[in-house]
Design a protein around this ligand. Structure first.
Ligand code: NAI
Length: 339
């Protein structure tokens, strides 16, 4: 008998450190949804480097290009001369220009604020992350901040399209154009141009330092935020902290055709191999992935199960004050899954 074909083929990068543990937990929950997925497993980071001499092996890149979707655990960038970040390398290789990070209060997760429901859209390919640095003379280093019209316009279009599609009311551009008049000035100019094509979405602007202050004072006021790479890196971790930390926020890196869904935390070497890691961040990323592959009903079932587990305190990992193991938490979510 010919085996049945899976409905979806997805590249899986278990990652380093706690990566394989949180990945196993998430696979267990995804299996309980009944969605038919064939996983193509590939290593990246230190594990891949030790095996193949490449931190980002070409077969991994080919697999993601073919499947167009990947679920990625955290990876450790090898500390050696000449290595740029594996994550930056992956985003560049696949032109994953938009980093999307929804941030909202989950039931039962302690946080200083309530009513937070915002989305960070971070430009992923340029700014100071272009990796252009050189020593001008001994003792003087120049790091180049690249801002282009093309990248700024497409991230603005992404942010406004996302806002319109998801019924969001406003987009705020975050910048420092008062100091970097040319670079951030160009970014702002591009966002303003795009904003004019979306009269149904309110548009405003905030200087990054003031935005940080408003975010930690009254985060519930914010909706969609769009910003260049470096501010996005910092502000998105700040916002994760507003709702309980890096362990409870998912993220996606998106290009025109490809989506790589990943947890925002790192490989946590201090707790790796102990069964203590919280798999929730990768689980939330996998929920974004399910919606992306048109498995919205499965995504809602996972969210209802997770909500029930958190709300009723059925299981909780140590970082959230509980005693559950990584897989114990996953089992609780599976048991809470509605029929
Ligand atoms: P980290 O996020 O790995 O750890 C920071 C702290 O948070 C640690 O105390 C850790 O135990 C805790 N933590 C992180 N995730 C957790 C989880 N799911 N459950 C419970 N506790 C958790 O950041 P760190 O230590 O700066 O980086 C470690 C490695 O991870 C580095 O090699 C770094 O390059 C890499 N990294 C990879 C990322 C990715 O692949 N997306 C993102 C950030 C860092």
């Amino acid at each position: 008998m010919t085996p049945l074909m899976a409905t979806h083929t997805i590249t899986l990068i278990p990652g380093d450190g706690i990566g394989p543990e949180v990945t196993n937990a998430v696979l267990r929950i995804l299996a309980a949804t009944g969605v038919s997925i064939e996983w193509e497993r590939h290593d990246a980071g230190v594990t891949a480097f030790e095996r193949t001499g490449h931190a980002l092996p070409p077969p991994l890149i080919e697999s993601i290009r073919r499947n167009k979707v990947a679920l990625k655990g955290p990876v450790t960038t090898p500390i050696a001369e000449g290595f740029t970040s594996v994550n930056v390398g992956l985003r560049k290789a696949l032109d994953l220009y938009a980093n999307l990070r929804p941030v909202w209060n989950l039931p039962g997760v302690p946080s200083k604020f309530t009513g937070i429901d915002l989305v960070i859209v971070r430009e992923n390919t340029e700014d100071l992350y272009a990796g252009l640095e050189h020593e001008v003379v001994p003792g003087v280093v120049e790091s180049l901040k690249i801002i282009t019209e093309r990248a700024s316009t497409r991230i603005a279009e992404f942010a406004f399209t996302h806002a319109r599609r998801h019924g969001r009311k406003s987009v705020t551009a975050i910048h420092k154009a008062n100091i970097m008049k040319l670079g951030d000035g160009l970014f702002l100019e591009c966002v303003r141009t795009v904003a004019r094509a979306f009269p149904d979405v309110r548009y405003d602007e905030k200087i990054v330092d003031a935005a940080c202050m408003h975010l930690v004072m009254d985060p519930a006021k914010f909706d969609v935020l769009v910003m260049p790479n470096l501010y996005g890196d910092i502000v998105s971790d700040l916002c994760a902290g507003l709702v309980g930390g890096l362990g409870v926020v998912g993220a996606a890196n998106l290009g025109t055709e490809i989506g790589v869904f990943e947890a925002v935390h790192g490989s946590a070497p201090d707790i790796a191999g102990k069964g203590l890691a919280n798999p929730m961040a990768l689980l939330l990323s996998s929920v974004m992935m399910l919606r992306h592959i048109d498995e919205g009903q499965a995504a809602e079932r996972v969210m209802r199960a997770l909500g029930r587990v958190l709300d009723q305190g059925l299981a909780r990992t140590r970082d959230l004050g509980g005693t559950s193991s990584t897989l114990g938490f996953a089992d609780a979510v599976c048991q809470a899954m509605p029929e």
